[in-house]
Design a protein around this ligand. Structure first.
Ligand SMILES: [Zn+2]
Length: 196
């Protein structure tokens, strides 16, 4: 946007400088016409007129230099606008591509959430209500994890190894008893790898 502003500022400056040149040129032409017409006869007036024509020529040359300088600045501003426009287009294309991939990923995630939620509902339907209630309560209290695997004598919820007395209690518990971690209170899930 800054480059575009610079370009349009240059364009305005160029128009103004060209008008200045035009004005000087017209005035010089008028003077020249008067000189050529022979209407001016006084030597003093003739000298003045010739002097003015000469200084107008000098002024026109200076103003034309200004026009050229402005045109050069405008050209580089135009180049910059073109370059930046191209870059904006390429960055926009990348952003569009990333947004497209994000949307596709979100769709996949939504689909996965829907299918996992359905699976969970099926499993939850087989769990006794009081146990499910306890699990849900623990899950709310412990960052979404209400039950943890007991793996090699370590609770995978809090990563604490069970003390020997606690371990003995777990060993003695009936297979269908609900055992909890002494440390984090999560439900412990016993497997063949529990180290019991
Ligand atoms: Zn624990």
């Amino acid at each position: 946007m800054a480059a575009q502003t610079e370009e349009s500022d240059c364009a305005r400056e160029q128009t103004k400088a060209e008008q200045d040149v035009d004005q000087v040129r017209k005035r010089a032409a008028r003077d020249q016409q008067r000189l050529d017409s022979g209407a001016v006869t006084s030597p003093k007036d003739l000298a003045n007129l010739q002097h003015e024509i000469a200084s107008l020529a000098k002024r026109q040359g200076d103003l034309e230099d200004v026009v050229l300088e402005v045109m050069e600045r405008r050209e580089s501003a135009q180049q910059r606008v073109a370059e930046l426009t191209e870059r904006v287009a390429s960055v926009q294309a990348k952003a569009d591509d990333a947004a497209g991939r994000r949307d596709a990923a979100l769709q996949e995630i939504d689909a996965e959430v829907a299918s996992v939620t359905k699976e969970r509902d099926v499993v939850a339907g087989t769990v006794p209500a009081d146990l499910l209630g306890l699990y849900d309560k623990l899950r709310r209290q412990h960052g979404g994890i209400g039950a943890a695997k007991l793996y090699q004598r370590t609770c995978q919820g809090c990563r604490q190894e069970l003390a020997i007395t606690e371990l003995n209690e777990v060993r003695a518990a009936a297979p269908d008893a609900v055992v909890r971690c002494e440390n984090c209170r999560r439900i412990l899930v016993r497997t063949a790898e529990s180290g019991l």
